[in-house]
Design a protein around this ligand. Structure first.
Ligand code: C2O
Length: 549
């Protein structure tokens, strides 16, 4: 009898304990031992978003990323952004605004600022020819394209983990040749690394009267364009040294699952791609932590690391949905350096630098600090991927706007040695594609080639005037006597306060291009020089149209 009475209560007791166990204990144990269950639920949306939007599309295994100089330096084939003169928050004087682009005084290169216990000397300056001379990028590229007419304009950068042995051999050979060149040859590997050192650690002063400010290409809107140009010339030098004009750098695809470790051929001793000063624990197959914390590195399973990395990429790429957030803050002539970095520059860019630098060097040299970073051959594959992310970002969700509408950004300038040992001055500029070139005499008689500039949000109560130049030298703009000066846009005050209108400026350029001997060119460089005016005027699309006579 007692048994019969006791039995149900004991059963109840057991059942309740079991329920408690199920409710609290199992999830707790799961969480403590392996929190990936909870983790996966939280990050799943990011995870799949990043995978579908970045890795299943255009640039993974099936489609190498197509890279062409035309869509890099800025503006590509057609100009579709807007150019604002000036931004309403800045100075009310047009000319001031336009001339505030950063440009190093290249002849005044000096010793750089080094971190304590640096392992190299502070002299990163290239040797310069006297008298100082350079060529402009547009002249350089016209010659370069002309020289290798058929195959040099498009270089296809491929993911570093997907290249074949033949490619690896070329890359190894190119780096080996660069390392073997005389020390003072600008194409020498260490000389190339010093270019980065000089631009990153304050080797160049800004132009007069701001010579007290040292230029730094990090932590601002210069980050993406500087490094794009830098690896662009590195790539061309390497290609020329191995006799392959279509050579393209590999990109270390650390944002894809298969690419999250150091490509193994960078770690083979005796290879020119091997580098001693790297974190010994991070050799393949160790996975990179895109959000690496150098002071307290995390221990994770491979699956966890992959999930974290993809979720992190989503945040840095997709959530950074304005130009300031992604590209960093504006940085103009006279400004102190490092106004603020963009998302990807901070991480994964900086974090991977940290992750790779050696543990027993004072400042995690070489990759872990900028003055030595480019001495590691993997630097260029790392930056090739950073460059690719810029390109991807501008196309996200129907297209995002970078700084192409800011004249100061467009006018920022840098100097690099090219594959022919010429010093080239590059700038981020407005390049307009010509839909047709080398037209016959009859064609020219029938149709005029017309430069069309959309002018929007013109404030009708203000005087507005800007001059238009083609293929001109920005530092010495031509006046009305010269062919480069093609025309001017002028608007007198009329209408009411607050009324805005849209119009367009047109100028025929067939004859101009003949005079400039530019009829063969694929593109023209357009410079707008605001002369007077307050308030906003927005320059819209700039293109070339053919209009019948
Ligand atoms: Cu100028 Cu990855 O740094």
């Amino acid at each position: 009898m007692a048994n019969v009475i006791n039995h149900p209560s004991r059963f109840l007791h057991l059942a309740i304990s079991l329920i408690i166990l199920i409710i609290f204990l199992i999830p707790l144990i799961t969480f403590l031992n392996n929190n990936s269950l909870i983790f996966t639920i939280i990050t799943k949306p990011y995870f799949s978003y990043y995978l579908t939007s970045f890795n299943n599309q255009s640039h993974q295994s099936h489609y190498p990323w197509r890279f062409s100089w035309r869509n890099t330096f800025i503006n590509s084939l057609e100009f579709e952004g807007n150019v604002n003169y000036p931004s309403s928050s800045s100075s009310s004087n047009y000319s001031n605004d336009v001339s505030r682009a950063i440009s190093p005084d290249f002849t005044k290169c000096g010793p750089v600022d080094l971190p304590p216990n640096a392992i190299t000397s502070p002299y990163c300056c290239p040797t310069l020819a006297t008298p100082f001379k350079f060529i402009d990028f547009k002249d350089y590229i016209i010659n370069a394209t002309y020289k290798y007419k058929n195959n040099s304009s498009i270089r296809v950068r491929r993911a570093a983990h997907l290249v074949d042995d033949e490619f690896i051999a070329k890359l190894e050979k190119g780096i080996a040749i660069m390392k073997s060149l005389p020390n003072d040859d600008p194409r020498n590997f260490i000389q190339q690394a010093k270019v980065h050192c000089a631009y990153c650690n304050g080797g160049y002063p800004q132009k007069h009267p701001f010579q007290d400010q040292k230029i730094d290409v990090h932590r601002s809107w210069l980050f993406f364009p500087f490094h794009r140009f830098y690896i662009y010339f590195f790539e061309r030098i390497l290609g020329t040294l191995i006799g392959d004009p279509s050579f393209a750098l590999p990109y270390w695809n650390w944002d894809s699952i298969q690419g999250m470790q150091i490509p193994s051929y960078f770690t083979t001793p005796n290879s020119s791609l091997y580098h001693k000063l790297r974190h010994y624990k991070h050799m393949p197959p160790h996975l990179v932590d895109l959000n690496y914390d150098i002071l307290s590195p995390k221990i994770r399973t491979q699956d966890q690391q992959i999930s974290y990395n993809l979720a992190f990429m989503y945040k840095q790429m997709v959530l950074a949905n304005t130009k300031e957030l992604f590209m960093g803050s504006p940085y103009r002539l006279g400004d102190p350096a490092q106004p603020g970095p963009g998302s990807v520059e901070l991480a994964p860019h900086n974090t991977i630098h940290d992750w790779l630098g050696a543990v027993d060097t004072p400042n995690h040299e070489d990759m872990g600090t900028f003055y030595t970073a480019a001495r590691d051959p993997i630097f260029y594959a790392h930056h090739s991927n950073v460059d690719r992310l810029w390109e991807l970002w501008t196309k996200l969700e129907g297209g995002r706007r970078d700084y192409r509408d800011d004249p100061n950004w467009l006018d920022s300038k840098f100097f690099f040695y090219d594959e022919n040992l010429n010093l080239v001055r590059v700038k981020v500029s407005i390049i307009v594609k010509r839909p047709r070139k080398l037209r016959s005499k009859e064609e020219k008689e029938q149709e005029e080639e017309v430069l069309v500039i959309e002018v929007t949000e013109l404030q009708s109560y203000e005087n507005v005037k800007f001059d238009v130049h083609i293929d001109d030298d920005e530092d010495m703009l031509s006046d009305e006597n010269h062919a480069e000066f093609v025309g001017t846009f002028v608007s007198l005050p009329h209408g009411n306060h607050g009324h805005k209108s849209n119009t367009r400026f047109m100028v025929g350029i067939s004859k101009v291009l003949e005079n400039l001997e530019a009829e063969e060119d694929d593109h023209i460089v357009v410079t707008l020089v605001p002369m007077i005016g307050k308030g906003d005027v927005t320059i819209g699309r700039i293109n070339i149209q053919f209009m019948s006579k």
